[in-house]
Design a protein around this ligand. Structure first.
Ligand code: AMP
Length: 191
């Protein structure tokens, strides 16, 4: 199995690159943000709960997010591997993911981290908000809150994978195809 964490702050390009990577490597894309948004659209209890955090730019609580991810993983027993996009976002989630994969006899191969400066993130998110209508991308205060939450709660997750020698930083500004080539080159070294 090939299990990748595609990491990076909001607006780094994780969704765009995930779409390309799943096609090339035949992986299942697990984006916790997408799953929450589908639940919000479907007006499920999980969606209503998640929305109350997402609208403010906060993280959804770990126990809710981890339980959801575990249930998604168990829906895909035949998978070649997974791209985790937007998960793990806290150290507790990273530990839970290791345990979950371990219980299935597998593990994370690599964390690929898209590195993009804050100014560029703010511009990209505002632009995406105009196109997609995503509420959390349309308000500069919420965008800043999400970047701050990333710096404080999510960024330390890098360390979790660095100590396992699985962390690789990739420059995330510039041509989408070139960034995709850099990501693919790192993946190809491990398979
Ligand atoms: P994203 O689409 O990855 O930018 O996620 C949008 C929002 O969903 C985030 O700002 C969080 O409120 C919530 N979210 C997504 N993934 C997670 C996660 N792993 N842990 C907690 N909250 C999450």
């Amino acid at each position: 199995m090939l299990n990748l964490v595609l990491f990076g702050p909001p607006g780094a390009g994780k969704g765009t690159q995930s779409a390309k990577l799943i096609e090339k490597y035949h992986l299942i894309h697990l984006s916790t943000g997408d799953i929450f948004r589908a639940n919000i659209k479907g007006e499920t209890a999980l969606g209503i709960l998640a929305k109350s955090y997402m609208d403010k730019g906060y993280l959804v609580p770990d126990e809710v997010t981890i339980a959801m991810l575990a249930s998604e993983l168990s829906n895909h027993t035949e998978a070649n591997g997974f791209i985790f996009d937007g998960f793990p976002r806290t150290s507790a989630q990273a530990i839970a993911l290791d345990e979950l994969l371990n219980s299935k006899g597998t593990s994370i191969n690599l964390m690929l981290a898209l590195e993009v400066e804050e100014e560029e993130l703010r511009n990209r998110l505002l632009l995406r908000g105009k196109d997609s209508g995503r509420a959390d991308d349309s308000n500069p205060d919420i965008i800043q809150k999400r970047i701050d939450v990333y710096n404080k709660e999510t960024s330390p997750v890098k360390e979790h994978y660095s100590v396992q020698n699985k962390y690789i930083g990739i420059h995330g500004i510039g041509d989408i195809e070139l960034i995709f080539k850099s990501l693919s080159a790192e993946i190809d070294k491990t398979i």
